[in-house]
Design a protein around this ligand. Sequence first.
Ligand code: ADQ
Length: 817
Amino acid sequence: MHFFRLRLLAALLLGITLISVASTYFDVLAHKHALRIDLARRTQWYGAGLQPQIEQQFMIGSRDALLEVLGRLRQHPDQPALAVFDSEGMLVASAGEVLPAKNVQSEILKRTLTTGREASVFVKAAQDGHAPAGNVVRSGLATNPSASTRLWYEDAIPLHNGDRIVGALLMLVDADYIRTEGMEVWRRSFLRIAAIVVLVVLVTLVMVRWFLQEPVTRAAEWLRRLRHGQAVVEEGASEFGYLLPLAREVTSLAENLTKARAAAETEARLRDAGERIWTADRLAVHVRKRLGDGKLFVVSNREPYMHQRRGGETECIVPPSGLVTAIEPILQACDGTWIAHGSGNEDTAFVDVHDRLRVPPDEMRYTLRRVWLSPEEEAGYYEGFSNEGLWPLCHIAHQRPTFRAGDWKHYQNVNRKFAEVLLEEMSGTKNPVVFVQDYHLALLPRIVKHARPDARVAIFWHIPWPNAEAFGICPWQAELLDGLLGSDVIGFHLQSHCNNFLDTVDRVLEARTDWDHFSIRRKGHLSAVRRYPISVAWDEHESAVPSRSAEQDADAIGVETKPAVGMPSIHGHENGAMAFGNEPAITTGQLHRELGIEGKRLLLGVDRMDYTKGIVERLVAFEHLLDEHAWFLEQIVFVQIASPSRTRIPSYAALRVQVEETVERINRRFQTSRWKPVILIQRQCSHEEVTRFYRAADLCLVTSLHDGMNLVAKEFVAARKDCDGVLVLSRFTGAAQELRDALIVNPYDVEQVSEAIRTGLQMSRNERRLRMERMRQHVKEHNVYRWASNVLTDVCAVRLEDEILAVALNRSQRKLA
Ligand code: ADQ
């Protein structure tokens, strides 16, 4: 910084001085010019006034009279010296001290005598007017550079007798004051320049200190602390002050470094503990190794980044989804391609001519290829066939599936469209691996496999697979099954879904099902059917949960107080009304204040607004609890976060009305001036917001009527680093098969759910902790990275040689036939 300041000062000094000198130089020139013009004008006026009288005397011809007139006309020494010459250029008479030597041939004199016009000139010459030998006589004054020279102004006016030029009057003025004034301007400017330089240097030094040195020092200190692990990345922006663009880059760099360091620490810790916990980094390395020189393609309906215009600004939204968390690290590690429907209203503006863009926006590590659908295609394929047909078909929620031939056409066309885009992206790639997501794209595997038998294809079905009778309702079940069987690996959450799938194929298609190896051979192609229970990310190095209040700490080490008679104990705060008044964890307290529910126990539901999630059933069970156990009145609050979903489908719109009416009814029945039992938040929240709710909740309610897995249950467990909180979980979720320490309920059984809530609220801290610890251990070991690794390991291990031969054989046989 010292050297920088010195260089800055030197540059400033030089720069300002040069600029000031140049500007002063031009000032001086202008000033001198003005003075010269002024002098010339005054001399010419003066001469014009003298001319008639001198001409008159000159005509008379008396030299003495002329001398006398000249003497009279030049009364003051400051007035120009005067000299009268005849037409031969010979001096006739003069007045004034400083005059040229007699007979000296002045250039302007000659010119005036020859042309008959006034002439003038500024000239530098020695004061005595005598030209030393050898000097060139340029004017009436002798120029002698060795003598002290002065600036003079000579002006020659012709003298006439009628039209004839009879002589000339030469006026000589000492113009040296013009030089002196020029020097004076230089002197004054020097002082001004010096003052400006000092001021600018001082101001610059202060500015460097305030605006550069201090932010840089603070930022450097922040980076140093970050390097030592004593600072957090989020503080960075404030340390940089106004250097925000730089801050953004450095912060993102710091984030990456922090992540890399944390990942390395985690890896070292896991290795040391001999644990095989899957992390994003381990997954990335693992899959890269399995892929070899192959390339990964993920195909899903939903895109991982969506450009949406809201209130005049375009936002890049990451839809909260476990899939993005799991798949993104792999795509980033191997620079794969994700193909998805471009559903954002500004999506078209952010792609290149090939409808591609690099994501994540800050890092650009893999390619997102957007597929465009017309509103009709979207309505038929997505809302119609996928969500009014397949969704209710696969969920036992007693919602009739609707199958329309028009929707089916769109479903087929859109699957073909996705396949075409995928094939286009795959062209020229060796050993492509394709991972297709969900029930929207059931036909795609067959189309792709047909065109590219060298591609390894896996599909994961995120929702349940019903029994064969139920699936048989679908008029196009055979086509869907055939489409799926184009995959090398078909994944479901549960073994029962795999069983149902095999059974369905058995009954519907001509294929060889192998129940021992859970595989199906059809048209020479082998598909493995496997169970891959999906999960959530497990962040080993996420920052710790905020500290808990003193009372909760006491509770955590088993200091339990006796409940008052007739009052239930709620999360260990067993002494009546006071039990609800304590301040929970910091973020929890803030959240309670924001919601206006301070001192209350928080029950939480987080779902898409979907009839399979059992939201109404959950509300009814909560109502039953308040009916049955009056002591909960004003003590508990149920917050239901429901993100609007598939809103154009009538059954979803009807569900929304039903949920709102149920909430209103409960609130109307029990609400007091100080308390509202149910808070319904109908919007999509960020992952951070949902996590805050998970951490603040005393009890989380997952009461799906049927659910492939249900990630909310696992997210709640993963968020509870404090090993607290109770999970009430529907037995009809896939998660219930893994999270055995939740309070498992039948969501249709109102009394049972209500009782589970009561039990959960009254459960001792110790039991809560034991249950939560076991659930957390399970989710940690069976996280989403493990899920992705299992699917991709299996698909990468598929042997293709037989496959390609079989397909080639098949084709040639068909041609022969
Ligand atoms: P979904 O039916 O969407 O998924 P779920 O597994 O519960 O159901 O996942 C929902 C996700 O959305 C969760 O990550 C949750 O946090 C988030 N979410 C819900 N409401 C939200 C809100 N208001 N704001 C923000 N985020 C919200 C399907 C199947 C499931 C299966 C998953 C994954 O139906 O059974 O578990 O796929 O395979």
